[in-house]
Design a protein around this ligand. Structure first.
Ligand code: C2E
Ligand code: MG
Ligand code: MG
Ligand code: MG
Length: 282
């Protein structure tokens, strides 16, 4: 009997492995022409300052709608795009698109709303990355300090010196750097002191653990305290409930980003959202 179970398990495992491989191959194949077929769009998720009770900017998040695969979430294709280096042209498109959006909203952007753009290590490691970013910002007549690049901790492990030099150059021009998904995976606090990081984005897993009895909610509190003592802006990711909001206010986290305030919105909808100047009931 045990043998039967083992055998079934093997077949199921092999089939699901097969599914994963087929899906991966399909994504890779469909990615090929996705940019020229204009299958990507950017959505924008507002960031809200809970100390000052106002919206301060938004994060650009890529969306892919493919005729064969339908909507493919970034968590499924970004990694593949990195492995195939497709992320280089795609990441450039994201920068151009997000900056063009900022130019478009300039007439209604009197309060200096910022744009946060996710970038991949592979982009950062390109020789022309810094010049490319500066050129896109200039082409769109943007104030560099309104542009923030989000990087993830894991990417910092490699090529540390090169990354540090590039981030310093960007920072000298006024561009902001955010450390994304902080607390997830490797966390080296030493980066925070040495790299020109101005914002720490606290990973959603910490926000989820607020009031879940796991005891890790005190970690959120300590990340805020530490971040503040280093002079960083703190953004809590994936805030969904009033309880989480209250906790974050009480512990003096600066900003939130999450469904509680707004989901990521398509371009036209975010423009309407900005015009409404939606305020949270705090
Ligand atoms: P991220 O940069 O940490 O972005 C935050 C993710 O959390 C987004 O997922 C957002 O939709 C989701 N989120 C925000 N608030 C909530 C909430 O209250 N509840 C829940 N359940 N989720 C929330 P998304 O858009 O699926 O993106 C996933 C990841 O893909 C991003 O994580 C980022 O690492 C990557 N990504 C997205 N767009 C780009 C891009 O243009 N370039 C690169 N390199 N990576 C991107
Ligand atoms: Mg991000
Ligand atoms: Mg994140
Ligand atoms: Mg993430």
């Amino acid at each position: 009997k045990a043998k039967d179970i083992g055998g079934n398990y093997y077949i199921t495992f092999a089939q699901s492995m097969n599914d994963v491989i087929i899906e991966r191959m399909q994504i890779e194949e469909q990615l090929h022409n996705a940019m020229e077929n204009k299958e990507f769009v950017l959505f924008y998720q507002p960031q809200y300052d809970i100390m000052e009770n106002k919206i301060t900017g938004m994060e650009a998040l890529i969306r892919w709608n493919n005729p064969v695969l339908g909507h493919v979430p970034p968590l499924k294709f970004i990694e593949i795009a990195e492995e195939t280096h497709y992320i280089i042209p795609l990441g450039k498109w994201v920068l151009e698109e997000a900056c063009a959006f900022m130019k478009k909203i300039q007439p209604i952007n009197n309060s200096g709303l910022t744009i946060s753009i996710n970038i991949s290590i592979l982009q950062l490691l390109q020789n022309d990355f810094v010049d490319m970013v500066l050129a896109i910002i200039e082409q769109n007549n943007l104030e560099p300090s309104l542009v923030e690049l989000e990087i993830t901790e894991s990417i910092l492990m490699e090529s540390y010196d090169i990354i540090k030099e590039k981030l310093n150059k960007l920072c000298e021009k006024g561009i902001k750097i955010a450390l994304d998904d902080f607390g997830k995976g490797y966390s080296s606090l030493s980066y925070l002191k040495v790299l020109p990081i101005s914002t720490l984005k606290i990973d959603k897993s910490f926000v989820d653990s607020i009031y879940d009895d796991s005891g890790s909610n005190s970690l959120t509190e300590h990340i805020v305290i530490m971040g503040r003592s280093l002079g960083l802006k703190l953004v809590a990711e994936g805030v969904e409930t009033k309880e989480q909001l209250d906790y974050l206010i009480n512990h003096k986290c600066h900003k939130i980003q999450g469904y509680l305030y707004s989901k990521p919105l398509p371009e036209q909808t975010i423009i309407e959202f900005l015009e409404k100047e939606t305020v949270l009931d705090i």
